[in-house]
Design a protein around this ligand. Structure first.
Ligand SMILES: [Zn+2]
Length: 287
């Protein structure tokens, strides 16, 4: 699932969509645009200009000229592809084999055509992703239900410590995955942050020392920034059509490294299931 760095990367890559006017919209999978009907969704988008593109947690928010907002959640396998007609396509989200070939293809569920002949495709293999056309209140409501953005000034050691105190019995992994505490972290970056802080993801939050809490607090934005600088993580068996593979994969220390040697201590990286999620760590140097 695309996490904060991948969605942030996509948001930045999609800045060329800003200012474009929507000519027409086609929906091949009506469930994806619920609760609106296809007719209402397409009619309300037609003629609108994209004023801005923002991100909140893992959600992309396109601000439209009619004071409405198109929210996009890629979920497990969603992918946005912008075809500029000339030049490189922008591809973001979950890379999938054949996803960018012969567009629109069998994975394409929503097509947004702009007046200048360019196109935005929403592809999704498993169809858990969604597009919602909403008003400002809805965006605010969604935002209020989400936790702090870890790359903003609101993410302070004080508020992080307060959360730690509030949920002492949770395991670190479960605590960091909770979107109502810190927004945007998923499996990859939680495992990597725990490795960076030398903390086992299975630990109870209440057992962290002040130093460990501080280390963890520092590692989260560090890992996310490193990933954004490398355009996120994508796995090499899915080469994207534009050849732009997320390079963060080269910097991962534990995620997807089961059986490999820890770069820090040489012990073997373990993988366990924790609350149903694959969890990677070094049993020796993560305490
Ligand atoms: Zn180690």
């Amino acid at each position: 699932m695309p996490e904060l760095p991948e969605v942030e990367t996509l948001k930045r890559d999609l800045k060329k969509v800003k200012g474009k006017k929507i000519k027409s919209v086609k929906v091949n999978w009506p469930k994806m645009v619920l609760p609106l009907t296809v007719k209402s969704f397409t009619q309300n988008l037609k003629g609108q200009k994209i004023l801005n593109i923002k991100r909140r947690a893992k959600v992309l928010i396109f601000e439209l000229s009619n004071e409405r907002y198109l929210m996009v959640h890629l979920k497990m396998t969603g992918q946005l592809i912008f075809d500029p007609k000339k030049g490189k396509m922008v591809v973001g989200g979950h890379p999938q084999k054949g996803g960018t070939q012969d567009l629109p293809n069998k994975y394409t569920h929503v097509i947004i055509n702009f007046t200048d002949g360019t196109t935005l495709y929403f592809n999704d293999l498993r169809k858990f992703g969604w597009m919602r056309l909403v008003n400002k209140d809805y965006v605010d409501e969604l935002s209020n239900g989400l936790g702090v953005e870890p790359l903003t000034k609101s993410f302070t050691f004080d508020n992080f410590t307060n959360f730690v105190k509030r949920f002492p019995n949770r395991r670190v992994k479960q605590f960091l995955l909770d979107q109502t505490i810190i927004a945007g972290l998923g499996n990859i970056y939680v495992d990597e942050s725990c490795y960076g802080a030398k903390i086992k993801p299975t630990r109870r939050v209440g057992s962290l020392t002040k130093k460990e809490t501080k280390d963890l607090f520092k590692c989260i934005p560090e890992v996310l920034k490193l990933s954004i600088a490398n355009k996120g993580t994508s796995f090499s068996n899915y080469i994207q059509l534009d050849g732009k593979e997320g390079r963060m994969i080269k910097f991962l220390k534990v995620y997807n490294k089961k059986g490999q040697k820890c770069q820090r201590c040489g012990a073997e990286i373990k993988k366990i299931k924790l609350n149903g999620r694959g969890t990677h760590f070094c049993a020796k140097c993560q305490k």
